[in-house]
Ligand binder design. Sequence first.
Ligand SMILES: C[S@@+](CC[C@H](N)C(=O)[O-])C[C@H]1O[C@@H](n2cnc3c(N)ncnc32)[C@H](O)[C@@H]1O
Length: 313
Amino acid sequence: MNWKIKALLQKILSTTKLGDNLNHIPATLNKKYHYNVALYQTYECVRKFSYCNIDLSTNKTALEIGTGYSLISAAVLSLLGFQKIITVDITEDIQFSTCKKQISYLEEPDILKIIYPKSIFNEQEIKSKITQLNEAHTLQSLFDIFNTTYIAPYNFNAILKHSKKIDYIASQVVLEHIPSKILNELFQFTKEVLHKEQFCVHTINFIDHFANPGFFQDKSISEFNFLKYSDDYWNYWAGNSIAYTNRLSHVFYLELCKKYSLNVVDFIGENYRTRKGLDAKLIHVDVLKKYNSNINIEDLTKYQRGTLIISNT
Ligand SMILES: C[S@@+](CC[C@H](N)C(=O)[O-])C[C@H]1O[C@@H](n2cnc3c(N)ncnc32)[C@H](O)[C@@H]1O
C-alpha cells in the first residue's frame, strides 16, 4: 500500500485527542500482544544494560527516556537491582490494566531466565518482587513497589527535581522521534546529570517507519525512502505527533557525543531485515545539511538500527 495512505490517516488521527491511542490499537489485537511486549521489552532492557559495567551493589538511579505504553522496562530495571527508576515521556500513555497484564508475564520462565543472570537478587527474591507487583491495585501502588517515578509530560527540570544525578540512562526506539534541537538538549543534559564513569545506552531505529511491516506497509519503497524528500515535503506528510521521525542516521548521534564531550564506548550497527537500498544520489540536500562534518554519504543508509553506548568520562 502506498505510504501516503498511512501518512494521511496518521495525519488525520493526530488532529484528534485520542489519535495516538487509536493508532496503537491495531498492534494490540494480536492475542499474544502483552506476552510479546513483556518478552521483547525484557530482552531489550537487559541487552542494553549488559553492555555496561554497572555495580548495582550500591544504590543506583536509572532514567528511561520514552516510556511509551509499557512499564516493563522500568519494572525490569528494578528487578535487576536499580534502587530508583525515573521513566519519562512527552505523553501520558500508561494504563494500569495494560501494565498489570504485562507484568503478570514476568513470571514466565522464558522471561525470568533473561533477568536472573544479570540481577543482584536471587531467584526467590525476584519471584517475590513480581508477586508484590501482581498484587498492586493501582498504578501508584505499582510505582511505589518498584520505587518508580513516571513523569509525563516531562521536561529536564522536572527530572532534576527527583534526582540531581543519574547512574544509567536508556531508551528504546525513542530518539528517532525527537527533533534535533531537543536531542541537543538531551545530550547536554546527559553530560550534566550522568555520574562520572557511568553509562547511557540508546537503541535507535533509523529507517523510514512507513516501510515497517504491517497492514499498511509500503513494500515498494526503500527502508530509507524518507531521505529523498525536502524538510517541507516531509513535514507536510509526517510532521505530526504520530508519524514524526527525525530522519537522522547514527552519524548525527556520534557528532552529538563529540559536541557534548561524551565518550562513545561502542556503537553497534545492525541490519535486521532484508535491505532495499537507496541510491545515495537521491538523498535530499536538506538531509545532508543536518550534519556538521564532512560525512561519507553512504554512511547515512548504512544501518537500519543501532545501539549507542556512551559513558561520561
Ligand atoms: C516507538 S515509541 C517507543 C516506546 C517504548 N520505549 C517502547 O519501546 O515501546 C516512542 C516513544 O517516544 C516518545 N517520545 C517522543 N518524543 C519524546 C521526547 N522528546 N522525549 C521522550 N520521549 C519521547 C513517544 O511519546 C513514544 O512513547
